[in-house]
Design a protein around this ligand. Structure first.
Ligand SMILES: *Cc1c(COP(=O)(O)O)cnc(C)c1O
Length: 397
């Protein structure tokens, strides 16, 4: 197997870990790659392009406005910056310094994760509520909505919520607290697509800002994401992300994205200027989003199942159990469970050997500690399926 990466001395790998960023995320469909190639051959006004992106994202999410960001993490930073600074040009200039502004975001202790660095980056102070009692084996209750309310004070600027299949308290309850207290709520929904309904679900519930990844199951460019939500917040995002090296007199952003006549002047480059999104990435993301919305990926799930069945049926070893798991919508997943009492290698050993061979095969991390190797078919094709099968058979002997 030879790839473009060989030219620069980088070995080829096969990513059966899914859309994991550390192994390059989802491979893009041909339509997305072609759209980016075309986008690269013409110039465009970036504010007009983001204005058009906002209209399309609004159409498919039901949000008032939307923005293409350089990933869900960047969306969380920009969204937090918008919640803290709004369209106050002085505050925009001050970020990430937030002394003297409302700067506290309330978050459940069990929602804390490495990605919340994105919110802290904009100058937010995270105020934790709730307890990790179940994990600590010290109780039965999880964070409750009243705990958010009890933490609200004069410095509170909003609420931060990490959405997952088992997030608690339910988003609806936390949105109720936010609405009652007139606070915006920002939702990290980076990995919540599919199902497709989630594009609208959190917005319908009343979330003010929702961040999705573009490089996961949407199969867009790795360094893209979507931020959708309230118009005045998306305006602030645009002001803090777009290049601002313009004279006010000749500055003509689309008025539905940035209503110029409501502003006293043009800000300098904002905190989000480093999260630049290229025209190719905006078009690639929009093309991927359109494919996803039009169900173009649905038919690939059946093909993915066949790849997993091929791998699974090739493994014939009584110390190993294979199982294909089907979600309601999305890619099936293959788990290979190693009977650690009978097999001489642990799942960590097998994963390491797969990784270090040629081509390197990167399986999911989840489950390894429990002796389970998980294969995600997102980036498989026939050739890669055969290579993966051959390598697994060799390694598990
Ligand atoms: C992947 C992920 C992110 C980061 O998304 P990017 O698009 O890679 O920036 C943030 N939060 C959660 C929960 C994620 O799973």
């Amino acid at each position: 197997m030879s790839t473009i990466y060989d030219k620069f001395g980088v070995r080829p790998i096969i990513n059966v870990s899914g859309a994991s960023t550390r192994v390059g995320g989802a491979l893009m469909p041909a339509e997305v790659i072609e759209s980016m190639r075309e986008a690269a051959t013409e110039s465009v006004s970036m504010s007009e392009l983001q204005g058009a992106a906002s209209r399309y994202i609004s159409e498919v999410t039901g949000a008032e406005a939307g923005y293409v960001t350089s990933g869900a993490s960047a969306g969380l930073t920009l969204g937090t910056a918008a919640i803290i600074a709004g369209c106050d040009l002085g505050k925009i200039e001050s970020l990430p310094r937030t002394d003297g502004f409302k700067n506290q975001l309330i978050i459940s202790r069990e929602h804390r994760n490495g990605y919340d660095h994105a919110a802290r980056l904009a100058g937010a102070i995270l105020v934790e509520v709730g307890m990790n009692e179940i994990t600590a084996n010290a109780g039965v209750r999880r964070t409750e909505a009243w705990e958010y309310e009890a933490a609200i004070n004069d410095s509170t600027v909003g609420i931060y919520y990490s959405q997952g299949p088992d997030s608690h308290p339910p988003l609806e309850d936390v949105i109720n607290v936010a609405k009652k207290n007139n606070l915006p709520i920002i939702v990290d929904a980076a990995g919540e697509l599919p199902p497709k309904e989630n594009l609208r679900r959190f917005i319908d519930m009343g979330a003010d800002l929702v961040a999705f990844s573009g490089g996961k199951s949407l199969r867009g460019p790795q360094s893209t994401g979507i931020l959708c939500g309230k118009k005045h917040l998306i305006t602030s995002v645009a002001l803090q992300n777009l290049d601002m090296d313009e004279f006010f007199e000749i500055w003509n952003p689309p008025s539905d994205l940035i209503p110029k006549d409501t502003l006293p002047g043009i800000p300098r480059h904002g905190i989000g200027r480093g999260f630049k999104v290229s025209k190719e990435n905006v078009i690639g993301l929009l093309t991927a989003l359109k494919l996803f919305v039009e169900d173009a990926y649905v038919s690939t799930y059946g093909e993915q199942r066949q790849f997993l069945e091929y791998i699974s049926s090739s493994i014939d070893d009584e110390t190993i159990n294979t199982k294909i798991h089907e979600p309601i919508e999305g890619s099936p997943i293959l788990t290979i469970s190693i009977n650690l009492n009978l097999h001489k290698k642990s799942a960590f050993d097998i994963s390491n050997e797969l990784k270090n061979g040629s081509p390197g095969i990167f399986v999911q991390e989840v489950g390894l500690e429990q002796g389970v190797i998980t294969i995600h078919p997102l980036n498989l094709n026939e050739e890669r399926t055969k290579l993966v099968t051959e390598r697994i058979l060799k390694v598990i002997q």
